[in-house]
Design a binder for this molecule. Structure first.
Ligand code: SAH
Length: 240
């Protein structure tokens, strides 16, 4: 499979607190031949503990991109997958690690794909996960299912390594990217207010449920523009 496919696969660590885990992530990625690492507000980076744990994969750390928000890390990604052991009260579409790898490798032929890992102590928030089209849980002991961050990265990258060696010929269409989806959701949110759809008694799950529908629809840029045209017609200026 071409070099550009794996270059389109981005591993994102969201607010990692232990620099050792950043180094171990670099090593996990490089053993599986992946190299695009983004760090969102790491507690300490660069850090000698990260370099020590990378042992041989220091170049992944050197070329890692450090950003201060998830928006920056995800803006140009059309597919975002969140990793979490936890079941949420609003269940999110699930993929197994192997299904995730196959999907990621297919989609990365035409666009950037992100796999998002949460902070060590808290994991991904519901809001973070709702930016993702899918959740991946690594099957584990139900009584103790939380892997070390870098070990979770290793399992996911191992599956991607396998999927990269089994190319599929399925044609893939580019999807809207995260920046376009976020501004679409903002527009939808403003529209709901403008048409007074929300009542004081409305469930706080209203927006997450709508996001789940639109994430599942895998919209492309033209479809987003079509829907936004409809919103504009319903309400000329949704911010008033
Ligand atoms: N206490 C946190 C644990 C976070 S572990 C929680 O309950 O969510 C740090 C990160 O490693 C997680 O955010 C996730 O990205 C990844 N991770 C750990 N175990 C995982 C599992 N079983 N499946 C998928 N991702 C996992």
């Amino acid at each position: 499979m071409g070099i550009e496919v794996k270059n389109n696969i981005r591993i994102i660590l969201h607010q990692p607190s232990h620099p050792g885990n950043i180094g171990a992530t670099a090593r996990a990625m490089w053993t599986m031949n992946l190299s695009s690492l983004y760090l969102v507000s790491p507690k300490s980076f660069p850090d000698p503990a990260a370099t020590a744990r990378a042992s041989g994969a220091e170049h992944i750390l050197e070329q890692a991109i450090v950003v201060s928000s998830l928006d920056e890390a995800l803006a140009d990604c059309a597919v975002v997958i969140g990793t979490s052991a936890q079941n949420r009260h609003l269940p999110w579409p699930q993929l197994s690690p192997r299904e995730c790898a196959q999907y990621v490798v297919e989609q990365a032929k035409v666009q950037n794909v992100a796999i998002l890992f949460g902070p060590e102590r808290t994991g991904l928030s519901n809001e973070d996960l709702q930016r993702c089209q899918h959740q991946v849980a690594i099957p584990a002991n139900p009584e103790y299912s939380s892997l070390n961050l870098a070990m979770a990265v290793q399992v996911i990258c191992y599956e991607i390594y396998g999927a990269l060696s089994e190319p599929s010929d399925q044609p893939i269409q580019p999807l809207a990217n995260d920046a376009q989806m976020q501004s679409f959701y903002l527009h939808l949110d403003q529209l709901l207010d403008a048409i007074q759809f929300r009542k004081p008694t409305s469930s706080p799950d209203l927006m997450p449920k709508l996001k789940r529908i639109f994430n599942r629809a895998q919209l492309d840029e033209d479809e987003i523009n079509l829907l936004r045209g409809v919103f504009k017609k319903i309400c000329k200026d949704p911010s008033t």
